[in-house]
Design a protein around this ligand. Structure first.
Ligand SMILES: *[C@@H]1O[C@H](CO)[C@@H](O)[C@H](O)[C@H]1NC(C)=O
Ligand SMILES: *[C@@H]1O[C@H](CO)[C@@H](O)[C@H](O)[C@H]1NC(C)=O
Ligand SMILES: *[C@@H]1O[C@H](CO)[C@@H](O)[C@H](O)[C@H]1NC(C)=O
Ligand SMILES: *[C@@H]1O[C@H](CO)[C@@H](O)[C@H](O)[C@H]1NC(C)=O
Ligand SMILES: *[C@@H]1O[C@H](CO)[C@@H](O)[C@H](O)[C@H]1NC(C)=O
Length: 465
């Protein structure tokens, strides 16, 4: 027979659907070996492409004061702690540096700089103010129309001159020069572009917006022109390949690029997480890789850290990042838009007139990147249990960041064992439904072992000094 439950208890029971007394061991051991090093980190990021930067800089009424606040929230090392911005090298009328495409590659190329770059210059400049170590990724979705088989920046098509194309002219050098011109305009504004990309999702053809196709063989045919052209003028600018729609799609391009003899013509492998996940190290010949775009996109705006386990929740993003960093040696992780009005789950910050709301996804980024700063190196970290995920990063000055993710619905008692680190003090920062990277504990370290409790459905980042 059912017992009647008092109303308050019924509410409590609903609110804590997951609370039960587990009848098995809730202890885990974590071992950190700082002598075993993996990839160097670049950090978390987002983009202001396709008008997002203009929305952030007031197009829908966000005041100058709030423009600063939101950008600081995203990029300040004590807040969202992002350190990568991905800009679109626009090829559409109104945003392109080459409004009039010449009839032949002989020119003339009448480049123009409007000092705004679809507000991306402002975003980059303001982000740099809050994070001087900002990694600026300039990426083209398409070459100017005249340089492609389809004659327009939309509708896919190929760069004229790569294998399989039969255009009247070979436009590869012209496209390479155009990309360098964009880097020069930023240089004139006092901003160093860190990485330059020639494609966006070249494995995928939506036929509606700026797009351009390529496989790995065709990528080789263009990169062999682009690489020396860029390095002659900007030896420190990295060249990316190729922003495929998924990790698997990127692997296929990289495989073909290598078959074609093009492995030396890029510096960093770039991929999106839409169509497949990273599961193992990339076939990038030891070069770094960055996840350069992803968001749910299909969902409504959501600030939730952990409620239903759906894609856009903060805890899920912490797990995606963990998997990319640990399984695929990924150095950076880039959310699609930084801030947007009416953009659903595409952005980290939702704008509404002069107000803004922050998603918990930003706190997932912060739980890693407030502590694992640009230039930190991932080191070996292992956990004895499946539902406690751990990674570890050593900063340039020897401080150590250890984000521990407890995916279970009950707390874990975790013993951490340290090898190869020399630290005296630990601070614990908690991120869960009630905390956003909040300092919850500080203690002295004696010897190489310490014991902690990690809350359920949480990231607890240990910062060791
Ligand atoms: C950048 O935004 C600020 C307000 O935050 C505005 O005053 C300034 O004019 C903008 N600059 C450009 C180049 O758009
Ligand atoms: C290439 O284009 C030329 C001129 O348009 C044409 O005569 C030739 O048949 C084309 N070749 C191929 C392989 O399509
Ligand atoms: C976010 O999603 C959760 C379920 O996934 C839902 O309960 C919550 O109401 C959503 N919040 C918003 C603001 O849409
Ligand atoms: C934490 O962040 C979420 C999402 O940005 C927000 O809704 C919530 O109010 C914040 N909580 C605290 C305790 O600051
Ligand atoms: C070490 O580097 C980290 C990350 O950049 C920084 O937050 C911290 O203040 C530095 N500590 C010391 C003692 O310099």
């Amino acid at each position: 027979m059912k017992q009647s439950i008092p109303p308050l208890l019924a509410i409590l029971a609903r609110a804590s659907a997951w609370s039960y007394t587990q009848d098995f061991d809730n202890t885990a051991s974590v071992h950190i070996n700082a002598l075993h090093k993996y990839q160097e980190m670049i950090g978390g990021g987002c983009s202001g492409a396709f008008g997002g930067a203009c929305q952030l800089f007031g197009a829908n009424g966000l005041s100058p004061e709030n423009q600063q606040k939101v950008t600081q929230l995203l990029f300040d090392e004590n807040m969202g702690a992002l350190s990568l911005v991905r800009n679109d090298i626009g090829s559409s009328p109104g945003t392109t540096i080459l409004p009039k495409c010449p009839a032949t590659p002989a020119g003339p190329f009448d480049y123009v700089w409007d000092g705004s770059d679809d507000c991306q210059l402002n975003l980059t400049r303001t982000a740099l103010k809050y994070n001087p170590e900002l990694f600026v990724y300039a990426d083209a979705w398409s070459a100017p129309g005249c340089m492609k088989t389809v004659g327009t920046e939309n509708d896919g098509g190929f760069i004229c001159g790569v294998r399989g194309t039969n255009c009247t002219h070979d436009w590869r050098q012209a496209y390479a020069d155009y990309l360098v011109q964009y880097v020069k305009y930023y240089k004139k504004e006092g901003i160093d572009i860190s990485m330059l990309g020639a494609w966006n999702e070249p494995d995928f053809n939506p036929f509606t917006y700026e797009s351009m196709l390529s496989d790995g063989f065709m990528a080789k045919d263009f990169l062999e022109v682009l690489y020396p052209t860029v390095k002659r003028e900007f030896p420190n600018v990295d060249i990316s390949c190729c922003d495929a729609t998924g990790a698997r799609q990127e692997r296929n391009i990289l495989y073909e690029l290598e078959k074609a003899g093009g492995s030396d013509f890029f510096d960093i492998a770039t991929w999106h997480n839409y169509q497949s996940n990273p599961e193992r190290p990339f076939n990038a010949g030891g070069k770094r890789n960055i996840m350069t775009e992803w968001a749910d996109g299909s969902g409504p705006w959501n600030t939730t850290w952990d409620y239903s386990g759906q894609l856009a929740e903060g805890l899920q993003w912490a797990l995606y990042m963990h998997n990319a960093f640990v399984n695929s040696d990924t150095s950076g992780y880039t959310h699609w838009e930084c801030a947007q009005q009416d953009g659903g789950d595409n952005a980290l910050v939702a704008l509404q007139g002069d107000t803004y709301v922050v998603s918990s996804r930003l706190w997932a980024f912060a739980s890693f990147f407030r502590f694992a700063r640009p230039g930190s190196v991932r080191v070996d970290a292992t956990s004895t249990v499946e539902n406690v995920y751990v990674s570890a990063y050593v900063n340039k000055n020897g401080t150590v960041a250890i984000p521990v993710i407890n995916a279970a619905h009950y707390p874990y008692d975790v013993t951490l064992n340290l090898e190869g680190v020399h630290v005296k003090k630990a601070s614990a920062y908690l991120t869960d439904n009630a905390h956003n990277v909040t300092l919850v504990d500080q203690f002295a370290l004696h010897g190489s072992t310490f014991k902690v409790t990690v809350e359920p459905r949480a990231v607890k980042t240990f910062w060791l000094e």
